[in-house]
Write a new protein. Sequence first.
Length: 147
Amino acid sequence: MLHGMQEAALISDNPHIGASFRRLGEKADIYRVWMDGPVLRIDAQGVWDIETAEAYARDITRIIAELRLANPFLRAIVDRSSMPIFGAGVHELLFHTYDHVLRSGDRVALVVDSSLAKGQIRRIAGREETQTFLSISAARTWVLAYD
């Protein structure tokens, strides 16, 4: 551990379409990325610091690039329903990452735990390609609509 930073380990589920991340010594993943049929699923929880966000940005950029080789349009559900507010600087890093990887025609559904969180996320991630939902089933319906 250097200067108060926690050590982290990347635990890859699949070298192309999956990844997970947890801090050393912890039992639960902070994020997990995998394919659920035609939909990229991302579960996110715990407290995210810059180190976690940087690892996620690297993983999600790699995974989306790999998926685009087979399909130009991304369909994803990000379950943030058990995630607290991000640490300082994390929103900006994630916004920049998604701004870089998302394209017109993509659909990314963000699942949150409350209407208040839904409004906050909408202000931050207010892109045509993203929508917020209170349930996985509603998110999946929107992500797969018209496909």
